[in-house]
Design a protein. Structure first.
Length: 467
């Protein structure tokens, strides 16, 4: 009988290596064979991991680190890693036997025997033998989701870094716009003062003086509005970084210059190589693999299930003044469960798992297409900003020179205030456009940083999992 039981156990172990088929866990990305967008610096770029240091701005680095520490998005991603790790541990536990300890004490009298006291301690073991790989597939799914959660944490950190950098950039741009608006307001105020003196002396019509005062008031209102916008940007940075506002304003007192050069990741000619840099794409790929494993697990539930139980107990019994040792053990039963009728529940579970797999595959393909779009949009915007930079600078220089000449003619009495204000508006628009273009250029680099994964690589993911 013992030989038969051993043979049955051996057969069960062999059968447990079997597995039901499941869908392929990989999906070919819908990526074009090359980037259909101009490559900055002809694609000759360097390292992205230290990209924020290119700004030579310690405050920006400090703000990003503070924002990542305070961000609820990063905290949520960290919590999901812990949950996924626990789910993987629970799934792995199904592959091994479970053992429970027990202890009992019984005192009883059954005539004609005397009063007896029995105390036993023991252990019970149960093992569901993974005949067709259902539990193994569930473990695989949990492992893939853990890897996806780890990549999701990196994606959250990259997103927060980009958001913080954009907010900081918006503030610095606002400060530049405020300088432009302040200079404009001062110029208008000086023109209004001189015009009023001329009007008081009778050399200038009152209507012209009124127009100059209106222009000065308009410039002052614009500067006030711009100052309020800068205060709002500071509030946004405080909320993102959780830094005290007085400390942040003190640190913001230093002047800021747009970095002249940017060093980024090498822009490959094959999108698949670059898309591997995105943790969200990797996370979507892992979800496809997990959904594929779920299909295998659901299909295994339609097949026979084999379980083995056993127990061992040691104890003592005391009756009629005598004490006896009690030892019991058992192996079995070796139970085979055959699904016969469940009203379609298991088949429905397979259909549901298959549908989730197809959904995950579709979402993965969509994520790849979105990644391609984001990279190419960033490249287009970056090249556009670069191409317009020289024209915007020439426009500012030209309108500024024209305004200076027009102002000189106006003060000498050879020009009109209306002509002067027209030139002033043209110069203000050109200066504002140049500052906005400088912001657009840096914002495009930040968008490209975000689009190519912020320096994260699959190699880092593998290293993080290596004990």
């Amino acid at each position: 009988m013992g030989q038969k039981l051993a043979l049955a156990c051996a057969c069960a172990l062999v059968l447990s290596a079997c597995a039901v088929p499941r869908p392929a866990a990989t999906v070919d990305p819908d990526a074009p064979p090359k980037w259909y967008a101009p490559l900055p610096h002809n694609g000759t770029l360097t390292d992205l991991n230290r990209w924020w240091q290119q700004f030579n701005d310690p405050l920006l680095v400090e703000l990003i680190e503070a924002a990542q520490t305070a961000s609820p998005t990063v905290a949520t991603a960290r919590s999901r890693i812990v949950q996924a790790r626990a789910a993987r541990a629970a799934a792995q536990a199904t592959l091994l036997p479970s053992v429970d300890g027990n202890a009992t004490a019984v005192r009883a009298k059954q005539p004609p025997t005397p009063i007896a006291t029995t105390v036993t301690t023991g252990a019970q073991a149960a093992w569901e033998i993974d005949l067709f790989g259902g539990n193994r597939a569930a473990t695989d799914a949990a492992r893939e989701r853990l890897q996806g959660a780890e990549a999701g944490w990196h994606d959250a950190r990259v997103s927060v870094a980009a958001e913080t950098a954009n907010s900081y950039l918006a503030l610095r741009t606002c400060e530049r716009q405020l300088l432009v608006a302040t200079r404009d307001a001062q110029s208008r105020a000086e023109t209004a003062r001189l015009t009023q003196l001329s009007a008081n002396a009778g050399f200038t019509p009152p209507a012209t003086a009124a127009l100059a005062r209106a222009s000065a008031a308009e410039g002052a209102a614009r500067a006030t509005q711009q100052r309020a916008q800068c205060d709002i940007e500071v509030k946004a940075l405080v909320a993102l970084s959780a830094l005290p506002e007085p400390r942040l304003r003190e640190r913001l007192g230093a002047s800021w210059k747009e970095p002249a050069e940017f060093a980024l990741l090498t822009v490959a000619s094959i999108p698949a190589e670059l898309l591997a840099q995105r943790p969200d794409v990797y996370q979507a790929e892992r979800e496809v693999a997990a959904a594929s494993a779920d299909v295998g697990s659901a299909r295994a539930q339609q097949l026979p299930r084999l379980s083995l139980t056993g127990s061992i107990a040691l104890g003592k019994a005391h009756a009629g003044g005598d004490t006896f040792d009690v030892e019991t053990w058992s192996i079995g039963p070796l139970a085979l469960t055959l699904p016969i009728f469940d009203a379609g529940r298991r088949a429905a579970n397979v259909d549901s798992a298959q549908a989730r797999y197809e959904e995950a595959a579709a979402l993965y393909k969509a994520r790849v297409r979105q990644a391609v779009r984001e990279v190419e949009e960033a490249l287009v915007n970056l090249e556009s900003a670069r191409a317009r930079a020289e024209d915007a600078r020439i426009a500012v220089e030209g309108y500024s020179a024209s305004f200076v000449a027009t102002e000189a003619r106006y003060r000498s009495g050879l020009g009109s205030l209306i002509e002067l204000e027209d030139q002033r508006r043209a110069m203000l628009a050109a200066e504002t456009a140049l500052v906005a273009l400088q912001r657009e250029r840096v914002a495009s680099w930040i968008a490209l940083y975000r689009a190519v994964g912020g320096g994260w690589t699959r190699a880092q993911q593998e290293e993080a999992r290596t004990p």
